[in-house]
Write a protein that binds this ligand. Structure first.
Ligand code: PRP
Ligand code: MN
Ligand code: MG
Length: 181
């Protein structure tokens, strides 16, 4: 059993629920890509947990690479400022690329990232995110694989942080407003 800190008001998804959903999403991805070689691109830091679990749930042949893009800093609101802190080490031209994210909130990060990656001429380019906030649905970026749609609350755990903390919670829950007010 995982430890639930006092700062969480509610557990939304347990690790078991996340794992169950990941198995289904992995099966969809396997069915889609078949024998093709797939390059999973994780967006640091949040995607570390979902990358570790998704990649091992897949039967497809996968490689992994990472980008670090920050739009948040330490606050709870997206600043709209997207910076590449670490670029890919792989040349993705002609590769089947699946971007792996923990959460899409405003969609600003991925709007920038997808445009950037598309310009490198991958054979295909899709997105998998474990979680999606309602605001993201207003964004034109199309997301092929979604774990769960979340309510519009500040959520932590399974890679999602508040000021760098709580990423390592195995369960996903809502952060008490007094923590970030
Ligand atoms: C978070 C999250 C996504 C992004 C989504 O990353 O992991 O990458 O914000 O927000 P958006 O849809 O509003 O752009 P963050 O910038 O906090 O960095 P982190 O992954 O290191 O926590
Ligand atoms: Mn992130
Ligand atoms: Mg963050």
């Amino acid at each position: 059993a995982s430890q639930i800190p006092a700062e969480l008001t509610q557990v939304l998804y347990t690790k078991e629920q996340v794992d169950d959903r990941l198995r289904d999403v992995a099966a969809e991805i396997d069915a889609e890509y078949g024998d093709k070689d797939l390059l999973l691109v994780g967006v640091l830091n949040g995607a570390v947990m979902v990358m570790a679990d998704l990649s091992r749930a897949l039967r497809s042949h996968v490689e992994m690479d990472w980008m670090a893009i920050s739009s948040y800093g330490s606050g709870t609101q997206s600043s709209g400022v997207v910076r590449i802190l670490k670029d890919l080490t792989t040349d993705i031209e002609g590769r089947h690329v699946l971007v792996v994210e923990d959460i899409i909130d405003t969609g600003l990060t991925l709007a920038y990232l997808m445009q950037n990656l598309a310009s490198r001429k991958p054979a295909s380019l899709e997105i998998m995110t474990m979680f999606r906030k309602p605001e993201a649905l207003k964004n034109p970026v199309s997301v092929k694989y979604v774990g769960f749609d979340l309510p519009d609350e500040f959520v932590v755990g399974y890679g999602l942080d508040y000021a760098g903390r709580y990423r390592n919670l195995t369960d996903v829950g809502t952060l008490a407003p007094h923590v970030y007010a």
